[in-house]
Design a binder for this molecule. Sequence first.
Ligand code: AMP
Ligand code: GLY
Length: 426
Amino acid sequence: MNILLLGSGGREDALAWRLRQSPSCEALVAAPGNPGIARWAECVQADPSDPFAMTELARERAIDLVVIGPEAPLVAGVGDALRNAGFKVFGPNAEAARLEGSKGFTKDLCWANKIPTASYVRVDTALAATAALDGFSLPVVIKADGLAAGKGVTVATTREEAEAAIAAAGDGAMVIEDFLVGEEASLFALVDGETAIALASAQDHKRVGEGDTGPNTGGMGAYAPAPVLTPELQERAMEEIIRPTARAMAAQGAAYSGVLYAGLMLTADGPKLIEYNARFGDPECEAIMPLIDGDFAELLMAVARGRLQSIEPPKLLPRHAMTVVVAAKGYPGQPAGGGAIRAVEAAEQVEGVTVFHAGTTLADGALAASGGRVLAVTAVADTFAEARARAYRGVDAIDFADGFHRRDIGWRELERGAATPEGSAE
Ligand code: AMP
Ligand code: GLY
């Protein structure tokens, strides 16, 4: 089949890499892609959030399947436009993408369907938000309703902090909710209408600094699977959270199709939903792709065709993967672009390592940084500890003076006593 992949980040580089290995993938086109994706796909300079441009491109290239990577095209209705034009699409329509686009919508859906999540109120003005604080104990969580790239959430430990967050947000739709205590894990499920199958779990590291300190980012590193989400807890999350959500969306005429990413808090009372995303996580996707067995393109096509129920469930290799993000200094603030990146090839000489490109550009044939998150160095191995060791060997081989990374990705697993690599004296 001919596949069109939308997006330009590390997530899309990993998707392109995995799709390219699928026997059923004949041609792979990416819009707009990046220098990493260009290793596996033909990159076409076009706006992935422009429904008309994407429909035209799909027609021109006789595309059989469109895979939508990021949330912006989903929320902009690119999936709807392509489906209306007769194309098969992996990724939900705009109405179903509201599970990510509106926190208030998702909270109401959870409440109406008894899906475990933090208690909350929805408000539309700063005055109402401040008044609503009286009903919550501290810490309290304040969230802007719409897409905010992970920056619209404040966990306030004092009343003053809560009021300051509300004042900074100004008038506009907000959700105020209880603080959940526990460990976070991400669950990725394939959903087509009322059918939902677990694909993989992962654990992200959202804060910029070691020891999970400093501001939130899109994610500084991830590993898969997440052992903390045991098979029992995963099945519970599928049964209590994902499947009721799929049924509720279908019942309201907004059937979901694509990957549904649940950010979970594993509380003492079981898994609770923190938020949904209508796409793969980034960098979780980079850590999941090396673990997927079988023909990945066929799997995504089965979801796009609404045939998830009639295929063999997806299988994961019994291995471990870790992704360490190398970001440009200044991230998640305004990073200085243009820093030279060398020796990516040396990193890929390390066994099991693939370097996905998140924010790179080619200037006169030389690789340079062009974004906050620049590289997603990913390693796969038979054990967690070996995957981690390989990932950092890869990171250390790269020459990127303007970059930085966290040295403690996977610290929770280490603390839990993940075995050190065989033959290592650590
Ligand atoms: P979100 O954008 O909703 O995923 O929130 C960003 C981060 O804020 C999450 O990954 C959590 O670490 C934290 N967070 C959000 N909501 C809650 C909550 N109700 N209780 C505890 N932490 C939360
Ligand atoms: N890594 C978090 C996200 O993709 O939203």
